[in-house]
Write a protein that binds this ligand. Structure first.
Ligand SMILES: *[C@@H]1O[C@H](CO)[C@@H](O)[C@H](O)[C@H]1NC(C)=O
Ligand SMILES: *[C@@H]1O[C@H](CO)[C@@H](O)[C@H](O)[C@H]1NC(C)=O
Ligand SMILES: *[C@@H]1O[C@H](CO)[C@@H](O)[C@H](O)[C@H]1NC(C)=O
Ligand SMILES: *[C@@H]1O[C@H](CO)[C@@H](O)[C@H](O)[C@H]1NC(C)=O
Ligand SMILES: *[C@@H]1O[C@H](CO)[C@@H](O)[C@H](O)[C@H]1NC(C)=O
Ligand SMILES: *[C@@H]1O[C@H](CO)[C@@H](O)[C@H](O)[C@H]1NC(C)=O
Ligand SMILES: *[C@@H]1O[C@H](CO)[C@@H](O)[C@H](O)[C@H]1NC(C)=O
Ligand SMILES: *[C@@H]1O[C@H](CO)[C@@H](O)[C@H](O)[C@H]1NC(C)=O
Ligand SMILES: *[C@@H]1O[C@H](CO)[C@@H](O)[C@H](O)[C@H]1NC(C)=O
Ligand SMILES: *[C@@H]1O[C@H](CO)[C@@H](O)[C@H](O)[C@H]1NC(C)=O
Ligand SMILES: *[C@@H]1O[C@H](CO)[C@@H](O)[C@H](O)[C@H]1NC(C)=O
Ligand SMILES: *[C@@H]1O[C@H](CO)[C@@H](O)[C@H](O)[C@H]1NC(C)=O
Length: 463
């Protein structure tokens, strides 16, 4: 009898052991109540997805488990109030908290890293407990939450892929210490008081920040793609280390009265400074040398850019104030140049802008001016390309030096080899065309006043 019981116990234990190892490797395990949690408690590492049932107990405290090789999902649950684990440390896949209207206690004191951390439609937990050292994620997505601040997140990884913080109308502070963002960073739809501090951010592939009061990017050196800052109340948007923007640089509808981008040398796309009600001069752009296009609309009274060598595309300036349209010499503008000022100041009419015509866009004006000679000019352009190819050792203009300097910036060194290749492909045209200098008009065979008009207007826009 005793022997049979012992055998029976052994079998039970054996089955339990098998069950345990099996459970530690289930494709998807759903946790509904304490019994489900107990079954997992003996696993230090679980491989597979863990899903909190939509009708789970209100309090889910998950002990024991340290590593999940997979996803952890708590979603569409109107019962859950507490989600906690004192042992959770690494979750290699996605951690998703979605549609959890009554979540008030999120306690994960040992959590340090996840592939993706995604909050979507969750309230600000009244209790959250994350440890503060070494938190790392590849992707952080925070959407439609009522967070005031990022619930104890203090990401510190050297590199992230994507940062997306959108539609969090109460969010007041973002202060994350990641070093590089190899894909996009988007921060929009937060509180109008939001302060964005990314003190260690050095490179980002794309950057889009709108709605807030202040943006502090003290170390940002290069943005490979476009950079857009919109509806920021602060008078001083600061990116003092920024040297290069590979796409457009848009600053719109801000309280900006003073830019601090004195290291910025090259913007490959268009620089669009539009509807910044206080921005009257460009004094914080003292190094800006080469820009794909210029679009300045607002109360400008001084558009002098002391280092400007070239506007690769069009320059469109519309000032509501008195402005000397010769601040930017039309000879530096390779596309069309349009300047309207409420009061035009110009001492030297031969160097002045194309006469204003409010009904026409820059492109249309360019089109009319070029219209008659367009066919001829296209021919000339063809000839010119051949001509340029044949002229191997053309004498380089002074700005070539500056451009080379800029291109040595490791703008393509962010991310993996594949991403680098993608980036090179994406930016390829612009970069290689910039290197392979477009001839100045004097060098063009058979060219007269403004031959470069035949260039496509938006060639440097990387949209
Ligand atoms: C694996 O997970 C599924 C879904 O949660 C569950 O039905 C099944 O019982 C689990 N298998 C084991 C061995 O625990
Ligand atoms: C939760 O519900 C929403 C809306 O029905 C759905 O789009 C989403 O995929 C669900 N989330 C999960 C993880 O099933
Ligand atoms: C939050 O949850 C943790 C773990 O379940 C618990 O120890 C703590 O008391 C809870 N805090 C509050 C304020 O309910
Ligand atoms: C945003 O969250 C609120 C609850 O806070 C919800 O009612 C609304 O449907 C969510 N909006 C979207 C677009 O998910
Ligand atoms: C961020 O920069 C500060 C200095 O400004 C430094 O003390 C800190 O260690 C850096 N953080 C990371 C995660 O590198
Ligand atoms: C960011 O990327 C640059 C270029 O690849 C690299 O030199 C730098 O060390 C990176 N910064 C961090 C904090 O990883
Ligand atoms: C940046 O965000 C704003 C606001 O959400 C959006 O309108 C705009 O299209 C975004 N720009 C880019 C380049 O993604
Ligand atoms: C900049 O603004 C222009 C004009 O509104 C828009 O076409 C372009 O997509 C914007 N670029 C970025 C990077 O936001
Ligand atoms: C947020 O910023 C965008 C882009 O500048 C702007 O179009 C939108 O009106 C702003 N929203 C609010 C509520 O200010
Ligand atoms: C930017 O302006 C804010 C006030 O809006 C001020 O507190 C802050 O010191 C200024 N920062 C710089 C770098 O000038
Ligand atoms: C215009 O700005 C430039 C550069 O910031 C400055 O050197 C110059 O004195 C200003 N001119 C006037 C008339 O204010
Ligand atoms: C307008 O600017 C040009 C070029 O800087 C300068 O030569 C000219 O004197 C200025 N005109 C007036 C009226 O200040």
């Amino acid at each position: 009898m005793l022997a049979r019981e012992l055998v029976f116990s052994a079998v039970v234990l054996g089955i339990q052991f098998l069950l345990c190892t099996a459970q530690c490797n289930n494709a998807t395990t759903t946790l509904r109540d304490a019994a489900d949690i107990t079954q997992l408690a003996s696993c230090k590492t679980f491989t597979g997805a863990i899903v909190v049932a939509t009708d789970s107990a209100a309090v889910m405290d998950i002990p024991g488990l340290e590593t999940v090789q997979g996803d952890f999902i708590a979603a569409n649950n109107s019962l859950l109030t507490t989600l906690s684990s004192s042992t959770f440390s690494v979750i290699t896949g996605t951690v998703l908290f979605q549609n959890l209207p009554f979540l008030t206690n999120l306690t994960l004191p040992n959590w340090i890293s996840s592939g993706t951390l995604h909050f979507d439609t969750v309230p600000e937990p009244t209790v959250h407990d994350f440890q503060q050292n070494g938190q790392q994620v590849n992707n952080l997505i925070v959407r439609n939450t009522t967070f005031d601040f990022l619930a104890g997140l203090a990401l510190q990884g050297a590199q992230m892929d994507t940062l997306k913080i959108v539609d969090n109308p109460f969010l007041q502070i973002i202060n994350l210490q990641m070093g590089n963002i190899s894909q996009s960073a988007t921060i929009t739809g937060s509180s109008a008081d939001l302060v964005v501090m990314l003190p260690n951010l050095t490179y980002a592939y794309e950057l889009n920040i709108s709605n807030g009061s202040q943006v502090v990017l003290p170390r940002l050196q290069a943005v490979n793609g476009g950079m857009s800052i919109g509806s920021i109340k602060s008078p001083n948007i600061s990116a003092p280390a920024l040297t290069f923007v590979g796409g457009d640089l848009n600053i719109t509808d801000s309280g900006l009265s003073e830019l601090n981008m004195n290291e910025l040398v090259n913007v490959q796309g268009s620089m669009n400074l539009v509807e910044n009600a206080q921005l009257a001069d460009l004094s914080g752009l003292s190094s800006l040398s080469v820009v794909g296009g210029l679009n300045l609309v607002g109360p400008f009274s001084n558009t002098t850019l002391p280092s400007l060598r070239r506007v690769q595309g069009n320059a469109i300036i519309e000032s509501t104030q008195a402005l000397n349209c010769s601040d930017i010499s039309s000879t530096l503008v390779q596309g069309s140049y349009v300047c309207h000022a409420a009061v035009s100041i110009s001492a030297n009419p031969s160097n002045a802008a194309v006469p204003p015509d409010h009904g026409l866009t820059g492109g249309a004006i360019g089109g009319i001016v070029v219209g008659i000679i367009a066919a001829l000019a296209l021919l000339a352009a063809g000839t010119m390309i051949l001509y340029r190819r044949q002229r191997g050792g053309v004498q380089e203009p002074p700005q070539q030096q500056e451009q080379s300097k800029v291109f040595e910036n490791p703008v393509h060194e962010v991310g993996t080899e594949q991403r680098r290749r993608d980036a090179a492909e994406k930016d390829g045209n612009a970069i290689f065309e910039m290197r392979d200098r477009w001839p100045d008009r004097g060098e063009l065979p058979g060219s007269q006043a403004r031959p470069n008009r035949v260039r496509p207007e938006k060639r440097y826009e990387l949209s």
